[in-house]
Design a protein around this ligand. Structure first.
Ligand code: ZN
Length: 174
């Protein structure tokens, strides 16, 4: 994105356009979960105060790949608001903002992209649910109360290795 500062004044001007996705300089890798699938789009408002250039707006691009949660196809636009402030030399007519816009898009990419905000994994792990996190009393607790507090332990399989529990002494809390 090349901004023509020579045509700018304090009243500012709006710019809208796009650059080919190659400006995102995405290194091709087979391990990529997502990759750019469309141009880098930008919508900016630029003002020049003396020698200080102020640019505000938004940059974004379409990405495609695989959803990290359900494994299905992913096609989403990622981007962010940008605010750029830069000193401009008196003889400077054009300012290249490509790297700033590219950076804002790359920083907006999530570590684990999902196909939509309400994507759910295909098979919920039902066997894990209801064990400890639901707050319901264990069926053993009623028996424990009757028997005077005897704890019921599940017998371990005979060949199960017993892990020694190491407990680090707490030295201090900071
Ligand atoms: Zn998904």
């Amino acid at each position: 994105m090349i901004l023509p500062v020579s045509r700018l004044g304090p009243d500012g001007a709006r710019f809208e356009g796009q650059d080919p996705k190659e400006v995102l300089e995405w290194p091709p890798s087979p391990r990529d979960v997502v990759r750019p699938a469309g141009p880098m789009r930008w919508r900016l408002e630029a003002q020049l105060f003396g020698t200080e250039l102020l640019v505000r707006g938004r940059a974004e691009a379409l990405f495609e790949g695989t959803c990290c949660r359900c494994g299905g196809p992913l096609s989403r636009v990622y981007g962010d608001e940008v605010t750029i402030s830069r000193e401009v030399a008196p003889d400077e007519t054009d300012v290249d903002l490509t790297s700033e816009l590219r950076e804002s898009i790359l920083l907006a990419l999530p570590n684990n992209p999902v196909c939509s905000d309400d994507c759910r994994p295909p098979r919920p792990l039902a066997e894990d649910a209801g064990e400890a996190d639901d707050g319901a009393a264990s069926p053993w607790s009623a028996l424990d109360a009757l028997s005077g507090g005897t704890t019921h332990e599940q017998p371990a399989p005979p060949d199960a290795p017993k892990k020694p529990r190491t407990r680090k002494p707490k030295t201090r809390r900071s």
